[in-house]
Design a protein around this ligand. Structure first.
Ligand code: TYD
Length: 221
């Protein structure tokens, strides 16, 4: 995409970042946000769950480790409620005004965490999205792929250092088996849609990953 086209609002793009806990996607997405802005692109950075004020309230239910007995379907519906609000309030208006939207997790996370790892079924999650939000799909998704042993080690270090609030660690407390399933699920859906997914080796050096993603974007957008 020509940068001036994007500025004039002729082109938009929806780019998502996915991966297991501790895969470094939040660091990378912040860097890419700054990088694209420095190149003159009109970009917004957002996330799920919690990209809106209502979403922040839903996030506090979803991630609180005290809420251990949330039913899987309830969990899914809360993520969907967060997503619908997020789309209507933030994502759709931004795309309609020609912006590049960078989103830290989106529907693939529901497909993988709720559909695959919790066992609700991948097709069921796709069907619900096709009914509720048929139009908004990412153009490009970076999957930061990492061994869950490394990811969880990093994530738990963040908790100990106080970089992750203790009220938001419900998923970090899940078993290694659960996180292995999450990784497997991401690789499975990435394999089905190789045009949209760009798999990044998240065990590499942080700067190397930044360069890989930014160079890829410069060639693609
Ligand atoms: P967050 O603190 O944003 O973690 P991370 O930095 O790893 O993205 O927490 C989001 C958690 O919610 C994460 O463990 C994945 C989970 N999740 C789902 O289970 N389904 C979803 O649809 C989304 C968006 C996230």
């Amino acid at each position: 995409m020509d940068k001036s086209d994007q500025k004039e609002g002729k082109k938009n793009m929806f780019i998502t970042f996915e991966g297991i806990e501790g895969s470094g996607k939040t660091t990378q997405i912040k860097y890419i946000n700054d990088f694209l802005k420095s190149k003159g692109y009109d970009v917004i950075l957002t996330r799920e769950p919690g990209g809106t004020e209502i979403g922040k309230k839903i996030r506090s239910i979803l991630l609180n480790p005290l809420n251990k007995n949330i039913n899987s379907l309830t969990e899914l519906l809360l993520y969907l409620a967060d997503r619908v609000q997020h789309i209507k309030e933030i994502i759709e208006p931004a795309l309609n005004s020609g912006k590049i939207v960078l989103c830290d997790r989106y529907m693939d996370a529901s497909v993988v965490y709720q559909g695959f790892a919790r066992g609700l079924g991948i097709d069921f999650i796709y069907q619900l999205h096709n009914i509720l939000i048929p139009d908004i799909r990412p153009n490009l998704t970076f999957l930061l792929d990492l061994d869950p042993n490394i990811g969880l080690f990093r994530a738990r270090k963040q908790i100990i250092n106080g970089d992750r609030p203790s009220k938001e660690i419900r998923f970090e407390e899940e078993s290694i088996l659960f996180h292995k399933k999450v990784r497997e699920g991401y690789l499975k859906i990435a394999g089905i849609d190789p045009c949209r997914f760009k798999i990044i080796d998240a065990s590499l050096d942080e700067n190397q990953i930044k360069n890989t993603i930014s160079n890829y974007l410069l060639e693609t957008i």
